[in-house]
Design a protein around this ligand. Structure first.
Ligand code: SF4
Length: 256
């Protein structure tokens, strides 16, 4: 599909999805031709989507990125969610060569020292595994919401991801955090216990802290960086993937 036709299709889908509720949004996408992948971080938004997929038994592949630096609470929630909804959550891990190359260049926790190093770590542990999770996918479902940060304020329901050659679907784009919390309580959806301890957004353990009153939902992610638009590269792919240190063993896989 050309870039123009991908954008036209995404635009049409965006209009279609706008008037639907969450279940119908997901059902519509799961009925389209092509592979549909939902990648979950096990955050509260993603648990809402997983519950909707599992409860309706939709033909959507559910995957997660096991970065190797997650909170133990997050890892435990993967198993609990599988059991609750009777689904399989596919785990995608970083490649050891990439971890070794990062550690050799920056040190295992070198992501605190520079934005470049942080992008390189996210590239190795998240962006490259994500590329494997999305192999062959025509549609990628995410839990992005407009209220999560200023950087996400214009999140549409469907958008062309030209780098990956697919359409990204954000079925919770217009949900506020209070709507999410009420839905979770009503449906008894299992969520990460860290949310109740001041972590609205949860990523890797060394890069996530609880937020303070008045801070934005994502203020606890990479808090030592000043850039208000900081992201891990999953949704701005060129940032992180290009920052992974090159080595003979991984240069070919980075090029893919
Ligand atoms: S969030 Fe932190 S530990 Fe996780 S991949 Fe990014 S830099 Fe590495």
């Amino acid at each position: 599909m050309t870039s123009a036709s991908l954008e036209n299709r995404a635009s049409a889908l965006n209009k279609q999805l706008e008037s639907l509720d969450l279940g119908d949004r997901l059902a519509l996408v799961s009925g389209l031709e092509g592979k549909v992948v939902f990648t979950t971080s096990l955050g509260i938004e993603d648990q809402v989507i997983t519950a909707a997929i599992g409860s309706a038994n939709l033909g959507i592949e559910v995957s997660t990125l096991e970065t190797g630096r997650l909170f133990s609470e997050t890892v435990a929630l993967v198993d609990e969610t599988e059991e609750t909804y009777g689904i399989l959550i596919k785990r995608f891990y970083p490649e050891q060569d990439d971890i070794d190359a990062f550690a050799a260049k920056y040190g295992m926790n070198g992501f605190y020292d520079s934005v470049e190093a942080r992008h390189a770590c996210c590239g190795a542990r998240k962006v490259k595994p994500l590329a494997r999770a999305l192999e062959g996918a025509s549609f990628w479902i995410t839990g992005l919401r407009r209220g999560q940060s200023g950087n996400r304020a214009d999140t549409p329901f469907a958008e062309a991801d030209l780098d990956r050659g697919l359409i990204k679907i954000n079925p919770l784009a217009d949900w506020g955090i209070e709507t999410i919390r009420a839905h979770v309580e009503r449906q008894a959806i299992p969520v990460n216990p860290l949310h109740a301890r001041g972590y609205p957004s949860i990523g890797c353990e060394p890069c996530t802290r609880a937020i303070k009153p008045g801070e934005s939902e994502r203020a606890g992610r990479w808090w030592w960086e000043n850039d208000e638009k900081r992201e891990c590269g999953l949704h701005v792919p060129e940032t992180a993937a290009s920052a992974i240190p090159q080595s003979n063993s991984l240069s070919s896989s980075i090029a893919r």
